[in-house]
Design a protein around this ligand. Structure first.
Ligand code: IPD
Ligand code: CA
Length: 291
């Protein structure tokens, strides 16, 4: 296994260039999914369960991202949620979610995003990779969240002014607004619901927005105080992870490691430890997920 600490990050200048590329292609894909959304958009196929849907636009968005990144960065690898990936010859792999919040997209609820991240390390091995640049675009609001390693995180709406992002700073769970999400498989959902019954009484409230990438960006801009979820894939979290940390937040697996599909917990520094303790103790009380 390649430990992420052993992978040399690109220079600050290269990270900035990578973030420019991420933002450019994410904005293009965001425009595509809004402008070319079929009137009769339906479910093209399903994945892990009947509620884990794919629309024609998920694949079209990924194809656009794949083609544009091959033009702009031909030596890099490509790894996305839908079909089609490639191994690169550089140290960079692009990790993309062509539509994060696909169910919102299907129902025309304006909380879906295109997420594009440049990462180093082995993206197929939990804990062995990390993002160095990324962008998350919500095409319904025009927001483009972006971050580069060591260079801060910002948001820009269309051609408007750029605003630096900073996480909120509540220091107790009782006053924290916390986002979370649910997987697509029924047994996982039942487990997540049981964990939630132990978390909900101890926080200000819970939000289930429906896009993990946007949840993480909302932690970065202080619209959410914290976020946790079990079962995320690399493409859900890669860009949002860096947006959180570059906005001064902390993200991890609740046990001192990098975020993985086992658990992602994100919040500002004062809250992170408490939220991690709350979620991890709730998981302990509920017991392991069946299967
Ligand atoms: C999903 C969303 C959702 C989260 C799920 C993800 P998708 O991604 O990010 O908020 O709760 O875990 O799978 O399927 O819309 O790309
Ligand atoms: Ca996703």
């Amino acid at each position: 296994m390649v430990a992420q600490e052993n992978v040399n990050p690109p220079s600050p200048e290269e990270c900035r260039a990578l973030a420019d590329v991420a933002a450019t292609v994410a904005i293009e894909a965001g425009r595509l999914i809004v402008e070319e959304r079929p009137r009769d958009l339906g479910v093209a196929s399903t994945k892990s369960s009947v509620v884990d849907v794919v629309t024609v636009m998920d694949q079209r968005s990924q194809d656009l991202l794949s083609r544009r990144l091959a033009e702009l960065r031909p030596e890099d690898g490509f790894f996305g949620e839908e079909k089609g990936g490639r191994i690169g010859t550089s140290q960079i792999t692009w990790v993309v979610d062509p539509i994060d919040g696909t169910v919102n997209y299907l129902y025309d609820i304006p909380a879906f995003a295109v997420s594009v991240a440049a990462v180093v390390g082995d993206v197929t091995v939990p804990g062995a990779w990390r993002p160095v640049a990324g962008a998350v675009v919500n095409p319904s609001t025009g927001e483009c969240f972006r971050a580069q390693l060591g260079g801060g995180a910002s948001v820009q709406v269309g051609d408007g002014p750029t605003r630096e992002l900073r996480v909120a700073a509540p220091d107790r769970c009782e006053v924290a607004l916390v986002g979370t999400g649910f997987g697509y498989v029924s047994t996982r959902r039942a487990h997540q619901a049981a964990v939630l019954t132990h978390v909900l009484p101890s926080v200000r409230d819970i939000r289930r927005i429906g896009s993990a990438a946007l949840d993480l960006c909302h932690v970065a801009d202080g619209a959410l105080d914290g976020y946790y979820e079990k079962g995320l894939n690399a493409w859900d979290m890669a860009a949002g992870w860096l947006v959180v940390t570059e906005a001064g937040g902390v993200i991890g697996d609740g046990a001192g490691g990098a975020p993985t599909s086992d658990l992602v917990i994100a919040a500002g520094e004062p809250l992170h430890g408490q939220l991690a303790e709350l979620v991890v103790s709730a998981v302990r009380r509920v017991g392991p997920e069946p299967g």
